[in-house]
Each structure stands twice: as structure tokens, then as C-alpha cells.
Design a protein around this ligand. Structure first.
Ligand code: AMP
Length: 379
């Protein structure tokens, strides 16, 4: 069975084609800057890469281009569109409703659109991408895999904010958590590596990429996570501030004469590693500058690691212990000092028992697997 994975961002679509029998990725790529004159497609098959600048006015055209590449004699992997047996979509927000992946029907489409009110930057492009895909692959089963689903097991005490309860009831204001697919993937992979059942483990999964979040996974279930109502809460990130005193929003508006949208932009796009260092949101640049003695680069790295330690400590407390801490995503997988410093600076907390593992995350593979599980009996 060939499964196509579609991951729509605010102006891009990432895609990847899997053969489930061969347990292999056949090709992948990205259409970027959708809606602009400089839109481009980067397509990879094996070692070969092909990049083209091309007009892509909307998501429908982007999916059309992807479909053309999948069946292309040189760049494709299948002869006809009908050889794509199912399509799995990454969808950021599924509210409290979607606790696992689902086959997409009219109702699911309406709800993905509805939850755009909770994820205005993420759900609308996913909705448009799915619509485009349904038009171009009208006979193919489509599945939605939600970023929030894995965290739906959190208890009330972890997901409620200390705000009037009626705001939760009225506006669904609560912690949702994100990166669920990644946390679930590395938790399952860790259990396999440790040769122990996932239901008997207490894991702390640290997704440290451009966006960062940490999850406490107890007996295979998410019991707390650092991102909240939006992906802004928690750790320091590339350009996001993570936890701050909520009173600062009004204070900054007043002092800087900013609107609420400008403060939102400041906290989402101009803060984090970029804001603190004044240099870059990319950890590689900061490591390089810190090595040359740049104080602000070093400071940004220190704040980043400090916050990771704080959350690991909190989650050990929440679960009353832990078996393993898992580091994943761009920074978690590649920055050696992360593991070194956590081991050294938390040696008393971790003791000999709690190991730190680095595991490569592969959200797309998990989306493919979930899609396969939902459609295998329909074929
Ligand atoms: P991601 O969102 O998972 O792609 O991760 C992006 C972050 O990972 C950026 O801050 C990158 O600087 C960082 N990153 C990726 N590769 C490396 C590397 N080889 N060394 C250090 N940082 C890396």
C-alpha cells in the first residue's frame, strides 16, 4: 500500500510518499511560498534533488503539482494517481473532540474548519490542503492526524488554567499541547529501544526544534505538556518567548505603544533565541557565536537549557519519578552539549537510574502508520 503524507503550513505543503510493504519512504518534497510569484518546489527521490521556481497561486495548484510529480516518469514513484491508496494529513488542532486519528468525512472537515478559531494560523491551511487533495484524489481515503490528540489524556489538573471556570466552558480555554505526533513517536521508539512495555514506563520527551515542547508520558499516555492553549507557552524557542508573566502583555502594550497584534507578533516572532541573542533563531549560529565569545549568544543558550532543566525537574515531580529523558528534533538530536549539560547539571536529580536518550523523530512515518491502521481493512 502506498500512502501519501501531506503536511500543510501557512504557505507551504510538505509531502512524502511511503510504501508500507517496503517500510520505505519513496520520495518527498516541499512546495513553498504558495500564493507568491516566487513559489518553488523542491523534490527529492533517493539521492536526487530537483528544485524549480514555479507559479503556485493556491493550495489546489500546489496539490496538482505534487500529484504530477508523484506520477512523473523520472521523478515519480507510481504510474497513476490510483496507485496512491490513502492520504494522511497532519492537522494541528482537533480540540477536545479528536482523541485519535480519523478518516476524513464531511463532518470531520467541518470540525477542522471550526477549530480554526483555536489555531487560526494552522487549521485553515490544513483545511485548504485537504480540500485540494480531495478534488485531485476524489476516490482516495483521507485521514487526519492531529497534533493535539496525543495530549487528550491529560488530567483536568494539568490542562486547566487558574482562570474562571466559565471561560473554559464558554471558549474552550485550556491547555491542549502540540507536537503530539512527535512525542508519541519517540515515546514508542524509546520503549522499543529499552525493550520494555510502554505502559510500564515514565518518560519525559523533549521535542527541541524551532518550536520546542516537553511532555510527561506516563504508562504511554501524555499526562502534562509544556505548550498550552497555543504553541507559545513553555520552553524558550527559536523566536517564541515561552512562559512569561501574563501581566507583561498589557505592560509592553503600554510602554511600547503597541497593539495586541503587535505584542503577539513580538512574542511569537521576535523573542526566544532570536530576541535574547539579537543574532539568530538558529541554534547553529548561536553555538558558533558563543564559541567566539559572544555574550548574548551564550546567554540565549543558557536560558534555553535552564528552561529545559526546569521542565524536566517538574515532570519528574509530576510523575513521581522517571525512567528516561528523550531528546529529539533539530536541537535535541544534534546539539551534543544539550545532553552533556543536562547529564552534568542534573546529575543529582537523574541519578544513575534516569538515562538520557537521543531519538530521531519521524512524525511523517507515524502519520503514515496511523493512516495505514485506519484504511488497511477497507481495501
Ligand atoms: P527543527 O525544527 O526540528 O528542524 O529544528 C530546527 C533547530 O535545530 C534550529 O535551531 C537549528 O539550528 C537546529 N539544528 C538543526 N541541525 C543542527 C545541527 N546539526 N547542529 C545544531 N543545531 C541544529
Amino acid at each position: 500500500m502506498n500512502i501519501l503524507i501531506i503536511n500543510c503550513g501557512s504557505s507551504s505543503i510538505k509531502y512524502q510518499l511511503f510504501s508500507m510493504e517496503r517500510k520505505a519512504s519513496l520520495l518527498n518534497g516541499i512546495v513553498e511560498k504558495i500564493g507568491s510569484e516566487e513559489a518553488s518546489v523542491t523534490h527529492r527521490k533517493g539521492e536526487k534533488k530537483h528544485k524549480q521556481t514555479i507559479g503556485v497561486p493556491d493550495y489546489f495548484s500546489a496539490v496538482e503539482i505534487i500529484a504530477g510529480l508523484l506520477t512523473h516518469p523520472e521523478w515519480g514513484a507510481v504510474e497513476e494517481k490510483s496507485a496512491i491508496h490513502a492520504i494522511g494529513h497532519r492537522v494541528v488542532h482537533g480540540g477536545e473532540e479528536f482523541k485519535s486519528s480519523v478518516v476524513i468525512d464531511k463532518h470531520v472537515m467541518e470540525r477542522i474548519k471550526y477549530y480554526g478559531k483555536l489555531a487560526p494560523l494552522h487549521n485553515p491551511p490544513a483545511y485548504n490542503g485537504i480540500r485540494g487533495t480531495m478534488q485531485i484524489f476524489p476516490h482516495t481515503v483521507q485521514v487526519a492526524v492531529f497534533d493535539t490528540a496525543f495530549h487528550q489524556t491529560m488530567p483536568e489538573e494539568a490542562y486547566l488554567y487558574g482562570l474562571p471556570y466559565k471561560l473554559y466552558k464558554q471558549y474552550c480555554i485550556r491547555r491542549y499541547g502540540f507536537h503530539g505526533t512527535s512525542h508519541r513517536y519517540v515515546a514508542e521508539a524509546a520503549a522499543k529501544m529499552l525493550k520494555r512495555p510502554l505502559v510500564k514506563l515514565k518518560l519525559i520527551t523533549c521535542h527541541l526544534g524551532n518550536g520546542c515542547s516537553i511532555t510527561a508520558v506516563k504508562n504511554g499516555k501524555s499526562v502534562d505538556t509544556s505548550m498550552g492553549f497555543t504553541p507559545l507557552e513553555g520552553l524558550l524557542m527559536g523566536t517564541r518567548c515561552g512562559d512569561i508573566d501574563p501581566a507583561l502583555v498589557g505592560y509592553i502594550m503600554e510602554k511600547e505603544k503597541m497593539t495586541i497584534n503587535q505584542v503577539n507578533d513580538l512574542m511569537n516572532r521576535k523573542s526566544g533565541l532570536l530576541g535574547l541573542s539579537g543574532i539568530s533563531n538558529d541554534m547553529r549560529d548561536l553555538l558558533e557565536c558563543a564559541k567566539k565569545g559572544n555574550h548574548r549568544a551564550k546567554l540565549a543558550i543558557d536560558v534555553f537549557i535552564y528552561r529545559v532543566k526546569k521542565y524536566i525537574g517538574a515532570y519528574i515531580a509530576v510523575m513521581n519519578g522517571a525512567d528516561t529523558v528523550i531528546l529529539t528534533a533539530g536541537i535535541g538530536e544534534n546539539v551534543a552539549i544539550m545532553k552533556q549539560r543536562l547529564s552534568k547539571e542534573m546529575s543529582n536529580v537523574l541519578g544513575r537510574r534516569i538515562k538520557i536518550l537521543t531519538i530521531h523523530t519521524d512524525e511523517e512515518r507515524l502519520i503514515a502508520f496511523d493512516t495505514y491502521e485506519l484504511v488497511k481493512n477497507k481495501k
